[in-house]
Ligand binder design. Structure first.
Ligand code: ZN
Length: 451
């Protein structure tokens, strides 16, 4: 087998690994490059191998940095099946539609302003292309191996988000495992990652390869913030990712109200995408920790505002309440309208949960910004800016070493990917010192003969 690193090498996004045996090849993950402009521009480069020659795509999970390049790969000639778990397939359907919509909006915006070098500017892909990809999907469950040409592929639960898997591939008497993004042992909503099966080769993510999560209780932090804002008669704004984070916040808030740890307040989920994702959670109730009862309680505690009119009505509502809205780093979405409505009043609170990329509005708020540029104007921020930690969907390095340490035999070699260079190298050193494993940090384009 030959393994090639076509993305997520030296960076956290753009996961793409090509595994070849004879004429057959699998692309494991087909992610978008996300973040600053010169990383995103890599999505526009021609795919480095003949897309038509790829036998199948195998997805570890639905996040766009693992699935968001699929429509473009099809435009480049890929025509094979896309294999994933059933939950991943449902989530990809929601996320790709949104991604295509944003690409189309961007192109329209550029054309209106007339600053494209290419006239007219084209979207990376269209909604129609995103819909066409979904027809290529084939699904299976966790621990139910499928044969794809000479490869036998097994999806193994990895926590992280709904449907997320580590993927173990057997071929020609050897095995290789791609960790995908690895979740945490004590996540409030997601199950712990399943122990890995024996493997000759291992590709492992390193998002938190140099960091430990703070030992804090997110429920207690949230309870304090909501209680003191309610005493002031204010509104709590919770910017959130649609997948995972929004559901965890809904669950924590409903539990806190049930336990009388916060006043009973109206809670609104102001994100059509997060509303759709919440529906997927109810389809796959064995794949997370929430019981049918928890889901019902959550549903009763939260009002969904799907239409723009209902969302606008929230902005006009001056009573104490909690609003969960996208986007998680305040780089778009309805949370911006809510910030315009509520950010100027010191009774209100905006809560930053988790990592905020450099240059985002969320990052600016954490650094003390008292004004934000939104839709071309400066919006004053006089509300409280609070933060809740401990809701990350990624294992930190200690959790990662504990999880990897359950393997009975050392892999022949570990490839450390999906991390900033410092984080990846830090995990490589820890694997060598703590577990005595041979580890390497591959670079973009590197190829390894697995013999
Ligand atoms: Zn992920």
């Amino acid at each position: 087998m030959l393994l090639r690193f076509l993305g997520a090498a030296g960076t956290v996004t753009g996961s793409r690994y090509l595994l070849t045996h004879g004429d057959a090849s699998l692309l494991i993950d087909c992610g978008l490059f996300q973040g600053v402009k010169n990383v995103r521009s890599r999505n526009w480069k021609p795919f480095p191998v003949d897309a038509a020659g790829i036998s199948a795509v195998v997805l570890t999970h639905a996040h766009l940095d693992h699935s968001g390049y699929l429509p473009r790969l099809m435009r480049e000639g890929f025509a094979g099946p896309v294999w994933s778990t059933s939950a991943t397939r449902e989530l990809v359907d929601i996320l790709l539609e949104d991604s295509a919509h944003l690409q189309e909006e961007d192109a329209r915006h550029i054309n209106r302003r007339g600053y494209s070098r290419h006239q007219p500017a084209e979207p990376l892909y269209t909604s129609a292309e995103a819909r066409a990809v979904m027809k290529q999907f084939r699904s299976t469950g966790f621990d139910e191996p499928v044969s794809i040409g000479p490869f036998v592929v097994t999806f193994r639960a990895a926590g992280h988000i709904l449907g997320a898997s580590s993927v173990r591939i057997e071929c020609a008497g050897q095995s290789i495992t791609f960790s995908g993004d690895v979740g945490r042992p004590n996540d409030p909503v997601m199950n712990a990652p399943a122990p890995l099966l024996d493997t000759d080769w291992l590709v492992v993510e390193s998002t938190y390869g140099d960091r430990l999560h703070p030992d804090t209780d997110p429920a207690a932090m949230l309870a304090d913030i909501v209680s003191r804002t309610a005493v002031r008669g204010g509104t709590v704004m919770l910017p959130s990712f649609a997948v995972g984070r929004a559901q965890a916040l809904m669950y924590l808030l409903s539990r806190l109200m049930d336990e009388r740890r916060i006043p009973v307040l109206p809670v609104f989920l102001d994100s059509p995408m997060a509303i759709d994702v919440t529906g997927v959670f109810r389809h796959f109730h064995t794949e997370h920790r929430l019981s049918a009862e928890d889901c019902e309680r959550m549903r009763d505690a939260v009002t969904f505002t799907r239409s723009p009119e209902d969302s606008q009505a929230l902005a006009d509502n001056r009573y104490p309440k909690v609003i969960i809205a996208g986007a998680g780093m305040l780089n778009g979405g309805r949370i911006l309208h809510q910030l315009i409505a509520f950010g100027g009043d010191s009774r209100n609170t905006v809560v930053i949960a988790g990592y905020q990329a450099e240059g985002t509005r969320g990052d600016a708020l954490l650094k003390g910004a008292r004004s934000l540029r939104i839709f071309g104007r400066d919006v004053p921020i006089n509300c409280e800016v609070a933060r809740v930690d401990g809701l990350s969907a990624h294992a930190d390095y200690r959790e990662m070493l504990d999880w990897l340490g359950t393997l009975a035999h050392a892999p022949r070699r570990v490839f450390v990917t999906h991390g900033e260079p410092v984080a990846a190298d830090s995990l490589r050193q820890k694997l060598e010192h703590a577990l005595g494993w041979q580890a390497v940090v591959p670079e973009q384009g590197d190829a390894f003969d697995l013999d």
